[in-house]
Design a protein around this ligand. Structure first.
Ligand code: ADP
Ligand code: MG
Length: 304
């Protein structure tokens, strides 16, 4: 009766939009004691919006005579021209926000995506960098105290702040905000009540990550994890004896989804994530995680 119960369990799960690729994954799910959640697009909606544009008050450049409004447009014009080549959800949000402001974007002469860091482009002869603090450090672009404090303030509000530099000089900061899904906090609480430890993992900075995690009741956060580092973090948990479910939506999450004992892809995410995962959660709702574990526990209990 074992294969029959598993088929019945899989069928029942499917009715709830939880698609197990095979019976062995349904079987494994009951053993999960640790759930690792990707932040962007998994805990949050993954639809960030451009919320802040702050011009450097430190860089004396050729545009110094422009009015404040013109400087904002100028900054956004170069940032947008660089970001419109990127497929990152942050880039899409930035470009959409800039276009809404009615700013036309020139084509970049060259472009390079720097995964986990940001983008580099040449726009109208100007070297443009947009991305993390670490990116600017790596490229030897200095940022002053004001810029640093601005960034901290934005991050403490749960926003992702990105720095822009033109020709090696810090030019301004932009921020995007992504809100948590309405159902995330309740799903986390349910998992915790089931005795499961919930961990959030993200490439985003520690302050933004902590602010988002706090909103949904997660206290263990792995932040500033480079794309190739997510799978390594899953392996570390496994080496410590944990049975890990990884839940993610992005291309970045695919290696971690494949490494985990059970990889769960959010159905609203990328095809790459769904291919790498053992389970697809068709409802982009994290309640499907405790649902899946409960169904697996019930199914396995019926067998014994
Ligand atoms: P996550 O794991 O949250 O999906 P990523 O690893 O893709 O994050 O990116 C980590 C960080 O790198 C982002 O939070 C952002 O600060 C920066 N970054 C990535 N892509 C871009 C981009 N296209 N433009 C600007 N910054 C970016
Ligand atoms: Mg994601």
């Amino acid at each position: 009766a074992t294969p029959t119960s598993i088929m019945a369990g899989s069928g029942r799960a499917a009715e709830f939009g939880i698609l197990f690729k095979g019976g062995e994954h349904l079987e494994m799910t009951q053993a999960i004691d640790t759930v690792v959640l990707d932040k962007t697009g998994t805990v949050t909606r993954g639809k960030p919006e451009l919320t802040d544009v702050i011009i450097s008050d430190e860089t004396a450049d050729a545009e110094a005579y422009l009015s404040e409004g013109d400087k904002v447009s100028l900054l956004l014009r170069f940032v947008g021209a660089a970001e419109k080549n990127s497929e990152h959800p942050l880039a899409e949000a930035i470009v959409a926000g800039i276009r809404e402001r009615g700013i036309a974007l020139p084509d970049a002469e060259s472009f390079e995506a720097l995964p986990g860091y940001g983008v580099r482009a040449v726009v109208e002869g100007r070297q443009v960098l947009v991305g993390t603090r670490r990116l600017l450090e790596r490229e030897n672009v200095a940022i002053g105290v004001t810029a640093s404090e601005t960034m901290t303030r934005l991050e403490e509000a749960g926003k992702t702040a990105m720095l822009a530099a033109f020709d090696g000089l810090y030019a301004g900061t932009i921020a995007v905000a992504d809100t948590v899904k309405d159902t995330s906090a309740a799903a986390v609480a349910r998992l915790q009540a089931m005795g499961i430890e919930v961990v959030m993992i993200t490439g985003d900075n520690a302050r933004t990550a902590a602010a988002i995690a706090a909103q949904v009741g997660i206290s263990r956060v792995l932040s500033e994890v480079l794309p190739e580092g997510k799978a390594a973090e899953v392996k570390k948990l496994q080496a410590a004896g944990r049975k890990v479910a990884m839940v993610g939506d992005g291309i970045n999450d695919a290696p971690a989804l494949a490494t985990a004992d059970v990889g769960m892809a959010v159905g609203t995410g990328t095809d790459v994530a769904m291919e790498a995962a053992d389970v697809t959660l068709m409802r982009g709702d994290l309640a499907s995680i405790p649902d899946a574990i409960e169904m697996s526990r019930l199914t396995m209990r019926n067998i014994r």
